[in-house]
Design a binder for this molecule. Structure first.
Ligand code: FE2
Length: 293
């Protein structure tokens, strides 16, 4: 049985859609690899959509979803890109989640947000594959989000590509916004990143690189108790996708898979670290590499 790899992507600011970066190259390389391996569809959890109430989870089932607009990106980069909601897979995901004890339901009106469509455009610029988006739960419990990932993990056996899109270090209150606001330069590093950002970024990499299977689930969920967690994440939303990914990629069988590796990394706004991780492989021993077009 072949298991598809799993990605944890840090989408960063909206400008990651319009500006070139190593992360953008890596997203494209991951998309190319997915298409070359004939994925059935994409299943994502982002960082901008949560469902209120204990155990509530929603699944995006709007047949023609619109896009929430993004600042600092020319509309030509995203307005005409057609999003492809995968309604049959959405129904299955609702069933899997309810079978795992969640209160899951379809949301027929949800408009997609840049945390997911920024990644889709970068990975699959030619055409959006059939995609299912799973909401977070607004209580931001790391173990709950890990269990959401565990509930849909079996879809990897069928050729679905599962992605969490959040952030490794993502604290909007501690970013240096000046160069972006004044000069549209989101990559300016007037000073090095601060110590707390470097420290937490290293811990995220260590957890992905040094843990497989259930140990990955423990390591990633435990990061919310890291002394620098609150510095690195003023709010919990951009870390939930990492917990989801740990659930998706943290079964016992995954102990035999390749452990996580950092595929690319892009610092933005001085203190925001956009690390891109892949766990597992396409089974041919070839690691995905970013290639600048
Ligand atoms: Fe975001």
């Amino acid at each position: 049985m072949t298991l598809t790899p799993v990605h944890f992507f840090s989408h960063g600011s909206t400008m990651m859609l319009g500006e070139e970066s190593e992360s953008a190259d890596y997203w494209k390389a991951c998309g190319d690899a997915a298409l070359a391996n004939n994925i059935k569809g994409v299943i994502m959890m982002g960082a901008h959509w949560d469902s209120v109430g204990e155990d509530n989870i929603e699944v995006a089932m709007n047949p023609s979803p619109g896009k929430s607009p993004v600042a600092y990106v020319h509309p030509s980069k995203y307005v005409d890109y057609k999003l492809e909601a995968d309604l049959p897979t959405g129904e299955r995901v609702v069933g899997l989640l309810n079978g795992a004890g969640f209160k899951a339901r379809a949301n027929p009106t949800f408009e997609w947000i840049h945390d997911t469509y920024l990644i889709l455009i970068r990975m699959f610029p030619g055409k959006c594959p059939p995609t299912t988006i799973i909401s977070m739960n607004a209580r931001f419990d790391p173990h709950l989000h890990m269990r959401v990932g565990s509930a849909v993990r079996s879809l990897r056996e069928e050729g679905y590509l599962i992605i969490g899109t959040g952030g490794a270090v993502h604290n909007l209150y501690r970013n240096r916004w000046g160069p972006m606001l004044k000069y549209r330069d989101n990559f300016a590093q007037e000073t090095p990143p601060e110590g707390w950002a470097l420290e937490f970024r290293q811990s995220v990499e260590d957890c992905f690189a040094n843990n497989r299977g259930p140990a990955l689930r423990r390591a990633i969920t435990r990061l919310m108790k890291h002394p620098q967690f609150r510095d690195a994440h003023a709010t919990d939303d951009h870390f939930m996708a990492a917990c989801f990914v740990a659930g998706v990629a943290g079964g016992w069988e995954d102990e035999r898979e390749e452990s996580g590796r950092l595929g690319a990394e892009t610092w933005e706004l001085t203190n925001m670290c956009n690390s891109q991780f892949t766990i597992g492989s396409w089974g041919n021993g070839v690691q995905i590499r970013a290639i600048r077009a």
